[in-house]
Design a protein around this ligand. Sequence first.
Ligand code: C2E
Ligand code: CA
Ligand code: CA
Ligand code: CA
Length: 277
Amino acid sequence: GIVRSFSRNDDGAIALSTGEQAPSVAPAALRQAIMDGQLRLVYQPQVDGRDQHIVGFEVLLRWHDPDQGDIPPSTFIPMAESMGLMPVLGNWIIDRVCRQISGWRAQGYQVPVVAINVSVLQLDQALLTHVAQVLSTYQLEGACLEFEITESRMMLNFDECVHIISKLRQQGIGISLDDFGTGYSSLDKLAMLPLDRLKLDKSFVTALTDASHGYHMIEAIVRLAHLLRLTVVAEGVETRRQQHLLNELGCEILQGYLFGAGVEADKAIKYLKGRPD
Ligand code: C2E
Ligand code: CA
Ligand code: CA
Ligand code: CA
């Protein structure tokens, strides 16, 4: 039958929900997809909220299955994590992105910082080694990358996370706290994290209207972020009105369909400055 969704059994195993029972197919399907090259990366622009010039990209993973169509990352990333594939998949993403940056540079383009979503499960010594090796292979400086790490997950393994992200920052990599506002961080812990940016979750942007509760929530978060000397990035910006209000609220960087959805590397060239003759 057609696979509708993946779910987890009581014992933690991944099952496909097809209406019928087909419990062991999904992990194999994901492994196969990785081997068959069905996974692709897209680049979504991040802009300066005032003049709309491109200041970065966020890389997002896509899985197109020839039979099932597009499978969303919110479905397959947790699956990859519970299958123990995340270190391998995550390292592959970092490698691909660095190769792309180096390729663009070789063509004469100026490349803005590229933000990669990194699973908390990847934050270990092996990641540090991999990153150092990849940067050296492609002769890139750490500052061309940023890692986005989800707030709620970071708080679960706090001390280890602090250690690893400090080391990443020593390599010049920026750290962005993703989905901020959805994870109930304690404020003292937030202040202890070595961060560069705070990413306001899309749900705040969606709820944003003038003088509403949503407006004042963002106002408070931006003030807190600035006290901690963090740059604020808003995701999910879809309207001019949201752009205007976010500018007014002092949110520096905006991302959302208003400025463009994720596109493949060859299409992302339109966002880059400079070009070969
Ligand atoms: P996220 O990091 O919060 O990524 C933002 C999501 O919002 C993306 O969904 C993006 O396509 C979507 N989005 C961007 N602009 C707009 C907008 O204006 N309106 C709306 N409604 N949505 C917008 P996507 O690509 O489906 O990714 C979902 C989540 O999957 C991501 O959430 C991230 O947590 C995870 N993910 C995606 N790619 C990767 C990856 O390479 N590695 C890891 N570890 N996680 C990833
Ligand atoms: Ca993200
Ligand atoms: Ca996010
Ligand atoms: Ca989000």
